[in-house]
Design a binder for this molecule. Structure first.
Ligand code: GLN
Length: 232
């Protein structure tokens, strides 16, 4: 179908494990803030879509390769990404923090990473940040494709720390994922929905219009509260 034609089903790429934004519930269904927001926006704006849980980096690459129409994946709005993609209005504030094993009492700051391995997630802001300070604090970066693998590497003790988005790590720590956060938030990109520049403008317009409606009618707050409780 032509772009924006009625009946068109947009293909939307997302991450695999990035709770509370996208993750599988007990029945295998993808749920989370991003999933619920997109569902509510699509209902509000009357469009159809299909979710492709590709992993974060793969989803961004699929967008660049025009294999998907859009990406919603806790994707930070950055200057670099704005060169390539069109990003929606921001819908959630984030920032990068460092986490270590919950029983580790020896790492308190970046200085304590010297000579150690640090787990990061390919293609993310957390990776970018860790890379930017790796030489200064003499640590080695170990890349992973998804957040769950990255956390596992810290839990098993191969890496001493990892860098990920604050809302995701805070949620995981709350769910007893075996880690604890030891630093203040660093870079603070907000999350946005992305399409390719000059493509799917109608989808982007609908996303922004639907988001604004949800923020006005209370549905946005309800979705946040569903996943974040009183921390919303
Ligand atoms: N917000 C981070 C980024 O955009 C991480 C996103 C993710 O891992 N899903 O780079």
């Amino acid at each position: 179908a032509a772009e924006g034609a009625p009946g068109k089903t947009y293909v939307i790429g997302t991450d695999i494990t990035f709770a509370p934004f996208e993750f599988q519930d007990a029945s295998g269904k993808f749920v989370g803030i991003d999933m619920d927001l997109l569902e509510a926006i699509a209902k509000d704006q009357n469009f159809k879509y299909e979710i492709k849980p590709l992993g974060f980096n793969a989803a961004v690459q699929a967008l660049e390769a025009k294999q998907v129409d859009g990406v919603i994946a806790g994707m930070s709005i950055t200057e670099e990404r704005k060169q390539k993609f069109e990003l929606s209005e921001p819908y959630f504030q984030s920032g990068v923090v460092m986490a270590i094993g919950k029983n580790n009492d020896s790492v308190k700051s970046y200085e304590d990473l010297q000579g150690k391995k640090v787990a990061v997630k390919t293609g993310t802001e957390g990776y970018r940040f860790a890379e930017s300070i790796a030489a200064e604090y003499s640590f080695t970066i170990v890349p992973f494709d998804d957040s769950a693998q990255m956390y596992e590497d810290v839990k098993t003790g191969n890496s001493v720390a990892c860098f990920d988005d604050y809302p995701v790590l805070a949620y995981g720590v709350n769910q007893n994922n075996g880690l604890k956060i030891v630093t203040e938030k660093e870079v603070g990109g907000s999350y946005g929905f992305a399409v390719n520049k000059g493509m799917n403008q109608e989808l982007m317009n609908k996303f922004n219009a639907g988001l604004a409606n949800l923020q006005t009618n209370g549905q946005y707050d309800q979705i946040l509260e569903k996943y974040l409780g009183e921390n919303a």
